[in-house]
Design a protein around this ligand. Structure first.
Ligand code: CO
Ligand code: CO
Ligand code: CO
Length: 319
């Protein structure tokens, strides 16, 4: 069911609600457009400092996914004062501040209210040149699809909650979630790409679907090429799959053609609800090597997970 009314037409509204993009973009002048986004959620890990880092990295990511630069942020906080010690809140905010600083953005303020459980995130304002916006709706047949972080965060965090994951695996998942998409975003601006989105709650499959529908193209993904966090397949086989991932798959399945060798577990992994995932970039074939090479120079492993086709518009084929 559609909850939001359509965007009100405005000559300066460059990216609105209609293509399910990562952030909204509004032109201020011929040189500068504002990018705005907001994200907050309940803790995904026990450590309050790391939770703060992950929530901030996740919120900043929607600006990076548009190819923009974050400028200012506001904290959004709910906290059960009286039930939890305020030092926990201080650690969450400290973690967030560390990522805001790493992004080169400035914290201007925020708002907090009393609630049953802690929630944290940011409202982020960024800037971009109006001609350089990288929307999720620009993918073209012939493009290659590059993913900059492994998936499986939803499975692994569910496994952590059930006590299945080793310290090493927990660590790896946290590092992936807390890392900024800043360098990947900078590289794709330099190279010149056709489309981008970041992977979050709708899963790789869901965000790829938004790209397919927004761009009016078909996407072909190869499961074997998709990088997974260590343990993802094993934990998923043990049932460590969150409800969100199942509903993602149920919602998306009518528009996905899975090859018969892709198991149900593998389908669920592709729909896995992710926190602070990587960028999914649609790059013209002649620029693919340049993109991969420049990512490598920044220590980012760009995985080529599929390509864009003219057929199967608004659908995804998984092989
Ligand atoms: Co996003
Ligand atoms: Co978002
Ligand atoms: Co206020």
């Amino acid at each position: 069911m559609r909850l939001l009314p359509p965007s009100i037409p405005d000559k300066n509204l460059l990216v609105g609600l209609d293509t399910s993009d990562d952030a909204g973009v509004y032109r201020l002048t011929d040189e500068i457009a504002l990018i705005q986004t907001v994200d907050f959620f309940t803790p995904v890990v026990d450590d309050p400092y790391l939770f703060g880092q992950i929530a901030a990295a996740n919120a900043l990511s929607d600006v990076y996914a548009m190819g923009g630069k974050p400028l200012t942020v506001l904290n959004l906080v709910t906290f059960p004062t009286g039930k939890l010690d305020l030092s926990i809140l201080a650690r969450i905010l400290e973690g967030g501040a560390s990522k805001i600083q790493e992004a080169g953005a400035v914290l201007l303020g925020g708002h907090s209210i009393q609630d049953e459980e802690p929630k944290y995130g940011l409202s982020v304002t960024g800037v971009i040149h109006p001609d350089k916006i990288i929307a999720n709706s620009g993918a073209k047949p012939g493009d290659y699809l590059v993913l900059t972080k492994p998936i499986g965060v939803g499975v692994v965090t569910t496994a952590i909650k059930r006590g299945l994951a080793s310290a090493e695996i927990i660590d790896q998942a946290i590092q992936v979630m807390a890392s900024l998409n800043a360098a990947s975003s900078e590289v794709m601006q330099e190279v010149g790409v056709n489309a981008c989105t970041d992977i979050s709650g709708f899963g790789l499959l869901g965000h790829a679907m938004e790209m397919a529908k927004g761009s009016g193209v078909g996407l072909k993904l190869r499961f074997e090429r998709i990088p997974l966090l260590t343990g993802t397949k094993e934990f998923a086989a043990q049932g460590a799959i969150c409800g969100g991932s199942r509903s993602n798959l149920n919602f998306l399945a009518p528009d996905v053609d899975f090859a018969s060798n892709i198991s149900e577990i593998e389908q669920l992994i592709m729909a896995d609800a992710i926190t602070s995932g990587g960028l999914l970039i649609s790059v013209p074939g002649e620029r693919l090597d340049d993109l991969i090479q420049r990512l490598k120079e920044k220590d980012i492993q760009g995985a080529v997970i599929g390509n864009v086709i003219a057929e199967s518009k608004g659908r995804i084929i998984v092989e």
